[in-house]
Design a protein around this ligand. Sequence first.
Ligand SMILES: Cc1cc2nc3c(=O)[nH]c(=O)nc-3n(C[C@H](O)[C@H](O)[C@H](O)COP(=O)(O)O)c2cc1C
Length: 197
Amino acid sequence: MRRGAVCEIAPMPTDPSRRSGESRSSSQGASEAPEPSEPEAFDRLLGILDYPMFIVTARDREERAGCLVGFASQASIRPARFLACLSEKNHTYRVAQRSRRLAVHLVPARAEALAELFGGQTGDRVDKFAACAWHDGPHGLPILDECENWFVGTVAERLPLGDHVGFLLEPDHVHHGTAEGQFTFHRARRIDAGHEA
Ligand SMILES: Cc1cc2nc3c(=O)[nH]c(=O)nc-3n(C[C@H](O)[C@H](O)[C@H](O)COP(=O)(O)O)c2cc1C
């Protein structure tokens, strides 16, 4: 796509023979590179953003889970609410479905190995908690020692959002350590996710 070009996002065509992006590219010279499809263009656009990464942990009885999360944000000021989105494919999602509360850790810039562990491995195959330092936090949720800034929130709502489910959290325990730089998406995207989205 040309630098600065506008890529219009069209609704899904009802005619299956009309593939996405066809109408624009057909009006251009055959020698020009094909424009990306709308989902690709959207991915590229959002790829510009560099947002902080989180590690969300969950616990149901003796089962602990946690994964690296980029789709997360404060969602309300009063009442305080935070939305953390978990892929339905993840082990963490399945444990979170059975957890009344979740812990959300801010990932410090220096914690690259921890981000790789929680983003690049799946609890379906490995015990991530055997490979890092953690302790029992509020309500028995696993708290990662390397992350000084975290909160625990009660799940107020579970919102189906597509291939992710939004867990709307009502924070009830907040731990504020030293302020430090965050491990962000532009570094995290080099990690091969343990589960495809
Ligand atoms: C840059 C990046 C962002 C990610 N964002 C999310 C996310 O927002 N939600 C999610 O559920 N998984 C996300 N993942 C994927 C999980 O962290 C990854 O698949 C993990 O291995 C799942 O572990 P689990 O199966 O033990 O839950 C992301 C991974 C990377 C590398």
